[in-house]
Design a protein around this ligand. Structure first.
Ligand code: GAL
Length: 672
């Protein structure tokens, strides 16, 4: 619940069913375009737009001088058409007049060089001038539009930290010192202990000596870097909260969001999610990945874990983006599959960046719902088709996604695990987590991505990949899950350090040694591309280690090399549950086999019969469930299922054929 407010506003005002819309930037177009836009939005079934995200310069044309006319007209036209507005505070891109007037508000890099204006987000998150001006603009917008009939939700800033995640200027240094004093309760000795500054003559004797981790000649202090990462996320949050407090004061009943970016390393969304009324997320397909659609699903599962309920897909792209090495257009049907995958994984809104493709500016080659070529295009026809499909899925809104399994992930651990001067740079946390997620995806098992502090009692199976840094309380929560009957699997390089990034002495995996019944004495990381044979015929990669069981059953051992005979997979009975340890990285069929076994042993439900290439996810509401079957193959797939396909209207009796690249959403009775 947001601090200082009453009941949490649950959802944007006046939006039922699955909301459908986009970022809308009318300030970049002649005023006459608006009428045509609104007409076309009606044709596509658009029910919301996100407005004025980058409109600061068009609204506050000079300091304190506002031009509201164009936005009044757009808001009125949208209200008349019944289109709801997620209205931005317009603070994501300060105009040149601001940056010119307040040069100290500009961001400074770790090298000490200023990052100039001329792009967007050109501000230091700690700048008091920026916060002051952003607060005034927010207040002016809220004052003018807080009671407007089109207003459904406030959109604070945009993708906080996307381009300005950390600033190393003197103002940021001062703010960092304040943050450290609060964290260590004014006890410098405690900071020196936490950072381990007896190493390399790094002891601090006064708070004034503390600076951001600016570029150094060799490795920086890891405690310094970790606290800096925590500070930077909090500092951006401070900028968000400053605007939120203005909005709360002026419009207490209007929900507030800001758009997240899935696995965006600089911002700890598990902390941020507590501060937004509606969790909204942006996701863009990463064309270089072998299976971008699986990564998309992972993003949805993370966002659902953050939201704990329905969430809002704020942005994805109708077709190509403009910021990858090669910006691939989406194949026929791909955009619809992408959109419906987000819905399957809990989105009750589908938004695009953006409405109309720009003829100018840095994003002129980014796709849009209305392409450069106009409406006689595949993109537009699919946009209209998607609108119709979402209307047919209205009843799905508000249902919850069925997930008996979870993957554990925290930002703190991610920051620490990928630090410099570690045993191996093969510890790529999200990539390794993604491999687990893929295996569950293939097994038709949906996984929430959550912190160990979440309510784990709802899961039967929890996997903890590379949770390098873990607090005592987090380790206890995972042990409690096992004692109560859960199946838990912890992977290599987990539990190694405490919340200060100090190694837990006495053997790895430190925090989990007793729970897992194993003790590792030395890591033997594997060079990139080098594999190691395991006793059950499978192949370990990236990692091996020398250890022994201390109470666990050894199921698989390393079969060759310096750690031959050492446990690779163990299982330990604790309370009424099982705690597994995997001391290496598995991929492909080897991991699939392990996941299949864990799923069966733990009684984890699959959404449907496993069907290669068909993604299956289930949403449930009362005694009704909705089975999403997304066919990612080029051939029709006939999958066992019964019920009514909400998209085609067809009745399936025992099996349903999902066309190549097509989607079915089958209404069925929920299993008891
Ligand atoms: C997002 C951003 C949008 C647009 C989009 C392009 O990061 O919020 O404004 O730039 O990317 O893919």
């Amino acid at each position: 619940m947001p601090s200082g407010s009453g009941e949490r506003p649950a959802w944007p005002i006046g939006l039922d069913g699955i909301a459908y819309g986009c970022d809308y930037n009318p300030e970049q177009w002649p005023a006459e375009t608006v009428a045509e836009d609104v007409r076309l939005m009606g044709e596509a079934g658009v029910s919301f737009v996100t407005l004025a995200v980058f409109a600061w310069a068009s609204l506050e044309v000079r300091p304190g001088v506002y031009d509201w006319g164009w936005l009044d007209a757009v808001m009125d036209a949208l209200a008349a058409a019944g289109i709801a507005v997620d209205l931005a505070t317009a603070t994501a891109a300060p105009p040149p007049w601001f940056s010119h007037r307040y040069p100290d508000s500009l961001l400074v890099g770790p090298d000490g060089a200023t990052r100039w204006y001329g792009s967007r987000q050109a501000f230091c998150p700690s700048s008091t001038d920026y916060r002051q001006a952003a607060g005034e603009l927010t207040g002016a917008i809220a004052g003018r539009y807080g009671g407007h009939p089109a207003l459904a939700m406030w959109h604070v800033g945009n993708e906080f930290g996307c381009h300005n995640p950390a600033c190393y200027c003197d103002r940021s240094a001062e703010s960092f010192r304040g943050w450290l004093r609060r964290r260590y309760q004014d006890d410098l000795g405690e900071l020196n202990r936490a950072w381990g500054t007896s190493f390399w003559s790094q002891a601090y004797r006064s708070w004034e000596e503390l600076i951001p981790p600016r570029q150094t000649v060799s490795f920086a202090n890891p405690g310094h870097l970790l606290d800096w990462a925590r500070f930077c996320s909090d500092e951006l949050l401070g900028a968000y909260l400053a605007e939120r407090s203005v909005l709360r004061r002026l419009t207490p009943g209007v929900p507030i969001t800001t758009n997240f970016m899935s696995f965006f390393k600089p911002v700890d969304y598990q902390a941020w999610a507590r501060e937004v009324d509606v969790v909204s997320n942006d996701h863009y397909l990463l064309g270089h990945l072998p299976r971008p659609e699986v990564h998309l699903s992972l993003s949805g599962d993370l966002t659902r874990g953050l939201a704990g309920g329905p969430w809002w897909l704020m942005e994805h792209s109708p077709s190509a983006v403009n910021w990858q090495r090669v910006n691939q257009a989406k194949a026929p049907g791909e955009m619809i599959r992408n959109s419906l995958t987000h819905v399957a994984r809990g989105a009750d809104a589908v938004g695009f960046f953006q409405w109309r493709a720009s003829p100018f500016g840095a994003e002129k080659y980014h796709s849009a719902m209305v392409p450069h070529a106009g409406t006689d295009t595949m993109v537009w026809r699919e946009v209209v088709d998607l609108g119709a499909k979402l209307r047919r899925l209205s009843e799905v809104a508000g249902s919850r996604v069925e997930a008996d399994a979870a993957l554990v992930f925290t930002w703190d651990s991610w920051w620490a695990a990928e630090g410099e001067a570690h045993p191996s740079s093969e510890v790529r946390v999200v990539e390794n987590l993604g491999e687990w997620h893929r295996a569950f995806w293939e097994a038709a098992v949906t996984t929430d991505v959550v912190a160990p502090d979440a309510d784990l009692s709802r899961y039967r199976l929890v996997v903890v990949p590379n949770l390098y840094l873990v607090s005592d309380a987090q380790a206890d929560a995972l042990a409690e899950f096992v004692r109560n009957g859960g199946h838990l699997l912890v992977t290599w390089f987990s539990g190694v350090v405490d919340a200060d990034d100090h190694v837990r002495l006495g053997g790895y995996p430190g925090a989990f040694r007793d729970l897992l019944g194993v003790r590792t004495e030395e890591f033997f990381p594997l060079p990139h591309g080098v594999a190691t044979a395991l006793s059950d015929g499978s192949t370990g990669r990236r990692w091996s280690e020398l250890g022994r069981s201390e109470g666990a059953d050894v199921m698989v051992t390393f079969a060759a090399g310096p750690v031959a005979g050492s446990p690779a997979l163990t299982r330990h009975r604790v309370g009424s549950g099982w705690a597994y340890y995997l001391a290496t990285h598995l991929e492909g069929p080897d991991l699939d086999a392990l996941v299949g076994r864990l799923v069966d042993e733990s009684g984890t439900r699959r959404a449907a019969v496993v069907w290669p290439g068909v993604e299956a996810v289930r949403r449930v509401s009362g005694n009704v469930s909705y089975l999403f079957l997304i066919n990612h193959t080029d051939e029709a797939q006939t999958v066992p299922a019964s019920g009514i396909d909400l998209l085609s209207g067809a009745t399936a009796d025992g099996s349903i054929t999902v066309g190549p690249g097509d989607v079915a959403v089958i209404r069925q009775p929920a299993a008891g």
